[in-house]
Design a binder for this molecule. Structure first.
Ligand SMILES: [Zn+2]
Length: 426
């Protein structure tokens, strides 16, 4: 495979294998798989997507290589990332990690925050991420330094969204809830209200204040909710009930939702059908859930700790997979590569048809923003932004797929290849 020139925009890509979920109805199949596609670009946008025809010499030929639209990272923590070397918790589990985080905050100068966040964004961009949502911890009702610093990060190739992550107790006072929501609303585009909602801080009056302040300031929500295995965690069941009785104009993402896997099947089905009716998106975070749930020193975990992804899919709940913490007190590992997250989910959640169907879990911008897309990604008029996986195939992927070509607005921006694969390909 000859690589395209980074200096010149491409006319398009011939003979590229796209996943079934993003191809239009009626796309031809061969041996049960979608035939490869030809994509033509015009001024950084997709001009056409058609089944492959040979001898289109003005297009770069991908020789059947797998490709996806730009990836999304729906749930990260750029304020905490890359702190594991200096702040490692001494005991396992979520609450010990939170305590360690508070000790690490003494190091969070503007320089420290910028340098770590830039590194996370650079890794994500090189992996093909075009949009990243980071939660940022708030420590009182005023925006923290990390909120301000990340808001002023120079524009990169990754669209950055910020979520104000405040413990539910901050919303117990209606005036304080309103001040937080107002500060988020006045922070500009791509800012959301969040919260940490757990049985250790459960307070239905505070939940009501949180929802009402988000409504008042026309904010979308992304909640850390029920990140625990308690069968009586209240967050999702309260939210489903609230939304069935009260109009909420914005879009809501619920991150974690681990406790759904602990209660009864019937309770979970009721919650999921209410969430589906309200188009609430569920973001599963398999890596940190496997690490932090059912975590006891010296004991092998018995439970997986992950939300009911398959039942949510069946119920019609929009779904995404995120990395959550990367190299901090909550998770010592991580890469800002959505393929690593999907690989983890493949085994932990026993996913099948991973490339042709489940790859949507790391690409679906509409599930993240709640904005109805005009059309599927890579349809005519959309950004010519793709990630290409040289040396992989639909059975191997997402394992052994670190090699990558990232195309942004019709131009090659990042490449990571191995000579062994190039010689094999040629
Ligand atoms: Zn998180």
């Amino acid at each position: 495979m000859n690589l395209p020139d980074t200096a010149t925009p491409l006319n398009g890509i011939a003979n590229v294998r796209l996943p079934a979920w993003l191809l239009p109805a009626g796309w031809p199949l061969q041996a049960g798989e979608p035939v490869t596609a030809d994509l033509r670009f015009d001024a950084g946008k997709i001009a056409s997507v058609t089944p492959y025809q040979p001898d289109q010499n003005d297009l770069w030929n991908a020789h059947g290589t797998l490709a996806l639209p730009g990836l999304i990272e729906p749930h990260a923590h750029l304020d905490k990332t890359f702190t594991i070397a200096r702040s490692r918790p001494s005991t396992p589990g979520l609450l010990a990690a939170i305590e360690t985080l508070h000790q690490d905050r003494q190091h969070w100068t503007a320089d420290d925050l910028r340098q770590r966040a830039r590194k996370g964004l650079a890794w994500a961009a090189a992996n093909g991420v075009t949009r990243l949502r980071t939660h940022i911890d708030w420590f009182d009702v005023a925006p923290p330094l990390a909120w301000l610093e990340l808001g002023e990060m120079p524009h990169t190739s990754v669209t950055l969204e910020r979520v104000a992550l405040a413990p539910l107790s901050f919303f117990a006072d209606a005036g304080a809830a309103d001040r937080i929501a107002r500060a988020v609303a006045e922070s500009g585009k791509h800012c959301l209200l969040g919260g940490f909602i757990h049985s250790s801080n459960w307070d239905p009056a505070a939940m009501r204040n949180l929802m009402q302040s988000a409504s008042r300031w026309k904010l979308n929500l992304d909640l850390h909710i029920d990140e625990e295995l308690s069968p009586v965690a209240h967050g999702l069941s309260w939210l489903a009930d609230y939304l069935s009785q009260t109009d909420f104009s914005g879009h809501i993402c619920c991150s974690h939702g681990c406790a759904l896997a602990s209660g009864s099947e019937q309770q979970a089905q009721e919650i999921l059908s209410l969430l589906a009716a309200q188009r609430v998106t569920l973001i599963a975070l398999p890596m940190t859930n496997l690490l932090l749930q059912d975590a006891v020193t010296g004991r092998t975990p018995r439970q997986r700790g992950i939300t009911l992804l398959k039942e949510a899919q069946t119920a019609g709940v929009p779904l995404l997979l995120g990395c959550d913490n990367v190299q901090d007190a909550f998770c010592p590992a991580g890469s800002y590569d959505p393929l690593d997250t999907l690989t983890c989910a493949l085994f932990a959640l026993q996913l099948d048809n991973v490339f042709d169907q489940q790859s949507r879990l790391i690409c679906d911008v509409a599930a993240l923003t709640g904005e109805a897309p005009a059309a599927l990604p890579l349809s005519p008029g959309s950004d010519a932004s793709l990630v290409i996986f040289p040396g992989s195939d639909s059975l191997t992927w997402p394992l052994h797929s670190a090699a990558r070509l990232v195309i942004r607005h019709g131009r090659l921006t990042h490449q990571r290849t191995w000579n062994q694969e190039l010689s094999h390909e040629s």
